[in-house]
Design a protein around this ligand. Structure first.
Ligand code: ATP
Ligand code: MG
Length: 186
């Protein structure tokens, strides 16, 4: 049987990865990274900003996977979209609590991969401040990988990141009036 090679970096380094853009695939990319990290027995923490009002399968999916993914879902949905009844101040308070949690998790040294899902968006909507996100990046342990997802990533965060991907929408089913489907959209 063919032998499987496993690369080991000569110089391990915690990377800052940004997944942004208006196409579909940012949050699911981040969860894909979490699955990959689990395969390496890495310790993963995911903090979701601006979620919590609408169920998404990954909440239970990670529990069923029997691996070291700690998931914190925070917030009350997407700030500013039609139908969301909560004022900006409440969204901001929620995001500030999540940012404090992110800081605690970053500094704890207990994780190899920290994913801050929708934080780019939270910054764009002024629910968290640029200095807070820059501070997290600056103070993170050298071996901690930090993944920041969400549309409209701030130019300064893009500048600080090591790897940046923009997910571009070529097509999205919703434009044909197709409603969100479980397993794909949530
Ligand atoms: P996913 O969670 O599928 O990886 P995403 O994180 O890239 O998507 P978000 O902007 O966080 O995208 O949107 C979350 C959900 O809303 C996704 O299920 C996606 O299919 C859907 N979605 C994305 N863009 C739009 C849009 N412009 N209109 C309606 N639904 C959208
Ligand atoms: Mg998302």
């Amino acid at each position: 049987m063919m032998e499987i090679a496993k690369l080991v970096p000569k110089e391990p380094k915690g990377l800052v990865v940004v997944i942004t853009g208006h196409g579909k695939g940012k949050t699911t990319t981040a969860f894909g990274l979490a699955v990959r990290a689990c395969g390496h027995d890495m310790r993963v923490c995911i903090i979701q900003f601006m979620k919590g009002d609408l169920y998404s399968g990954e909440w239970d999916g990670v529990k069923k996977m029997n691996c070291a993914i700690e998931l914190h879902t925070t917030g009350k949905g997407f700030c500013g979209i039609q139908g969301n009844p909560y004022p900006h101040s409440e969204h901001r308070q929620n995001a500030q609590d999540a940012a404090a949690l992110a800081r605690e998790k970053t500094m704890s040294g207990n994780y190899d991969l920290l994913i801050l899902d929708e934080i780019n968006n939270a910054l764009h909507l002024k629910l968290v401040d640029l200095e807070q996100v820059v501070g997290l990046i600056a103070k993170k342990p050298p071996l901690l990988h930090l993944v920041l997802t969400g549309r409209d990533a701030h130019p300064q965060i893009i500048e600080l990141a090591d790897t940046v991907s923009e997910v571009v929408e070529i097509k999205h089913a919703y434009r044909k009036g197709i409603e969100p489907q479980p397993g794909i959209d949530y």
